[in-house]
Design a binder for this molecule. Sequence first.
Ligand code: GLC
Ligand code: CA
Length: 542
Amino acid sequence: MLKKDWWKSAVIYQIYPRSFQDTNGDGFGDFQGIIRRLPYLEKLGIDCIWLCPVYRSPQDDNGYDISDYCDVDPMFGTMADMEELIGKAREHGIYIVMDLVLNHSSDEHKWFIEAKKSRENPYHDYYVWRDGKEGVLPNDMKAAFGGSAWEWVPEVEQYYFHQFSVKQPDLNWENPKLRQELWDIINFWIDKGVGGFRLDVIDLVGKVPDEKITSNGPKLHEYIKEMTAHTFVRDNLISVGESETWSATPEIAKLYSNPDGSELSMVFQFEHICLDQQEGKEKWDLAPLPFHKFKEVWNKWQTELYGCGWNSLFWDNHDLPRIVSRWGDEGQYREESAKMLATLLHGMQGTPYIYQGEELGMTNVKYELEEYRDIELFGMYKERRAQGYTHEELMESIYAKTRDNARTPMQWDTTEQAGFTTGKPWIKVNPNYTEINAAEQVDRENSIFNYYRKLIQLRKELPVLTDGKFTMLDMDHNQIFAYLRDNGEDKLLVVCNFYGNTVDYAVSEKAEDLELLIGNYTEENMQTDVLRPYEARIYRIR
Ligand code: GLC
Ligand code: CA
């Protein structure tokens, strides 16, 4: 059994398997590829791999449409390979965290194939159906990937509900039989030795479509408690919920991550990540990052969850653009800004997540429309073109925000296709792999990779990074993000220049005796009270 709360000092690395490492030349990453790269991950120092979905799937939404929860997709290998991965990862001190998609299945899941045969079918009630007439929708709810959330099935003369694509019918959590099936699936994977689960769009499972309620439905927390009691508590596993509406409040997050352990270990909240878009609109409607608001949001989450909940700390994931392109500088100060962003995040309280390639400072891409692959982007493009947006406008939004920015192949070395595959990759490799790649960084002492490695080590060495109280400094400063961490025994000062120009900042006035623990510039020419472009430092206050 794992130690209680072990995940509070853990660092988690997210792998998007189809883009990580291919070993058989089919252009898709696979289990053997991850196994091959375990030494790299061990060197980085991470504790867990969050593995994006590897279950059997028609891949309409890259695996977030599951047709068999207890099998793996042949594109990644066999179940034996998967078991080998779980076992070998343990030998490298790493736990596998599975990505569970329980709000919906694929329409090719045997449950759905049965469910749509007739209303009397025992699986019918595993999904969310509403009566109606063809062409007369139950209501006007929209699906996240475009179009109506309702789809007509003539055989049963009913509509089924789908919050994502038509190939992702929503599961009916009101049905206790369905819930039991889901707990069995989770236990199937626990028995295989995984370290926990990331729960896809968990906030949507308590939906009440008749009242147009999707997230945070009335029974949501009841369901989560039932799930946890039947599964994760067995072994103190890590469980992290994704809050798809991307708008959880600290109040809600406290319920999810209640220290009594009755729900989840922690939740992903997306408030900081949604700030560079126009208010009330979608992520495609670009706006500059409002720095003060950004600081307020972090301050709120850091202080309100202190002692009564737990934060997940992240910049990137498989749904987000690359942070260095987004809020850093992917040009002249790529290395400095990537390290600054890492410092800012890893200095805070919560469990840090690193998305594959973030530790190398991988960047966004600018491809031709047809070179992209993501279902979300094409849904948006079609809808907005029909509304009169120009191709050029839409491409600007795509460059900035498409999920494919994160999904281009991992850049391992300078060989063809970045060492990702010997074949043709499923999505084009970012052409900058000749400069940005792991081989160049692993042995270079001041690389971004080694900076992340040091930050992870610091987290292991200094308990204050896990349990210290957070206090924001100089909230009104329009360029500096600085804060203290203090657990009564140890005290840290974190100072980050968030922008690309030099700024005077009276660091020396914050405390008398400062010991520099880590910084993203060499100490040569360092002036304590001047921060160079994107300069970041962590001090111990003695
Ligand atoms: C989550 C996943 C995303 C997926 C969606 C539907 O937001 O992170 O990749 O498309 O859920 O499952
Ligand atoms: Ca492969």
